[in-house]
Design a protein around this ligand. Structure first.
Ligand SMILES: CC(C)(COP(=O)(O)OP(=O)(O)OC[C@H]1O[C@@H](n2cnc3c(N)ncnc32)[C@H](O)[C@@H]1OP(=O)(O)O)[C@@H](O)C(=O)NCCC(=O)NCCS
Length: 163
């Protein structure tokens, strides 16, 4: 349904279209400029070259269309976090679920992690649904400081034994 691939600098215009509209309502809150998109891709490419590797970022492709971004970050030797964002006009097709499933497999195999965590804004239940569909369990909340004050984000976890 969707495939994942490494980002390239030429993806910057597509990235600005992903980080806009409803997709940023409960995430960054700000649209991404073309310069910021280039910077984001450069950072992802630099982090991909680090040893040991602490971050993996993939573009999410539907056919040849770059519709989203999904990242895995190592937070400790065995624990990582995942996050994702999809362009608004691609929502509701199971694409985020399919991409997250592929990243969970990569995290527990190539990256050698045994625990994953993820969180989402409380007003963004679709993201929690994606996590539940790939096997995560809600484990509580985690307060995050935002421009609107402190927000209790919904926190989810998945361990290798759960899969
Ligand atoms: C969250 C997001 C990635 C979902 O992408 P998507 O491709 O539409 O996700 P999927 O189609 O795989 O699954 C969405 C699920 O949420 C459900 N859903 C959608 N809106 C919902 C709502 N308001 N309340 C509850 N569930 C909802 C869908 O019905 C679907 O579940 P189902 O298959 O059981 O019907 C997308 O909305 C997004 O990019 N949001 C902004 C960025 C973000 O919030 N990222 C998460 C932070 S890590």
């Amino acid at each position: 349904m969707v495939t994942l691939r490494a980002l390239a600098l030429a993806d910057a215009p597509a990235l600005t279209r992903i980080y806009s509209g409803a997709s940023i309502r409960h995430t960054t809150g700000q649209p991404l400029t073309l310069d910021q998109a280039h910077e984001k891709i450069r950072t992802a490419l630099a982090r991909a070259a680090e040893t040991p590797r602490a971050q993996w970022s993939w573009g999410i492709l539907h056919k040849d269309d770059l519709i989203g971004l999904i990242s895995l970050r190592r937070r400790s030797p065995a624990m990582g976090t995942i996050s994702y964002i999809l362009r608004e006009d691609s929502w509701g097709n199971g694409y985020a679920t399919h991409a997250a499933h592929q990243v969970v497999i990569a995290a527990f195999t190539a990256a050698g992690l045994t625990r994953l965590e993820a969180m989402h804004h409380p007003d963004n239940p679709a993201s929690g649904r994606v996590l539940t569909k790939v096997g995560f369990t809600r484990v509580g909340t985690s307060d995050r400081d935002t421009e609107a004050g402190t927000v209790p984000y919904e926190l989810y976890a998945l361990e290798t034994d759960d899969t």
